[in-house]
Design a protein. Sequence first.
Length: 306
Amino acid sequence: MNTVSAEEDDSGPGPLGKVQPRQLIVTVYGLYARDTDGWMSVASLIQLLADLGVEAPTVRSCVSRLKRAGLLEARTVSGAAGYRISPETERMLRDGDPRIFAARRATVDEGWVLVVFSVPESERARRHTLRTQLTRLGFGSVSAGVWIAPGHVHDEAESMLARHGLRAYADLFRADYLSAGGGDGGELATKVRSWWDTARLQRLYVEFLAAHRPVAERIANGPGVADREAFTTYIRVLTDWRRLVYLDPGVARELLPAEWSGTHASELFDEMHARLAGPAHRHVERVRTGGDRAAGRLSERPTGRS
């Protein structure tokens, strides 16, 4: 299963505000373009985004911005205009897949990963990039230049630093929390609340549940869901979900507030994924196959860059 990471803005119906068209496009590409060497025709993309209420000029404008950002590359296939995921985006997507569909929560005894960095003032743009990317991986700030996450985030952090050319500015450490009580009681939970805004994340999970649980219950109790509706519902819930899991540090449940809603939100997403992913994929294939047949290129695959 393919998806996307949250390497874009956090604005965005759902827990983080109104979903932006660009976020929907990235979700669609991350889910379905890798089935065909990362390529999708502009015509197919426009039709799929129309199902989501996005007009064609907006799609074209957003795709152009994604191209300028290096996320997509223009490519023509048998005379059909389209875009392919860039190699860098492919790596980003591959790194993000486990977090979206198999997000794990740490245990108290597995330790932490620390990123200690120092970026010269003359390169403050790199400092901003580093802080932004650490935040998107769920790191919390211990102090200036020292950021922390559960130990299992280590590989993602390594990949991110390499991908953005930041490895020379940061050192990674594995660490244990030591205190008079061994670090497994209320003291560490208090520290967690100072490193991360767990109250805000709790509110976002509650909003996610409020936005998507009624739809999930209607689908579960109904006669079935049409493929097109499955597609539109799945894209929206996944777009919301992927941004949430990149805000959640994944710390041990014992260190989180007692009323934590993240577990219920995860269960809801898993349920919706199980019900919707299959019919949503059928809808996409129907749209793409219909477009290819109309253009006489059903068996074509991307072979060259425009």
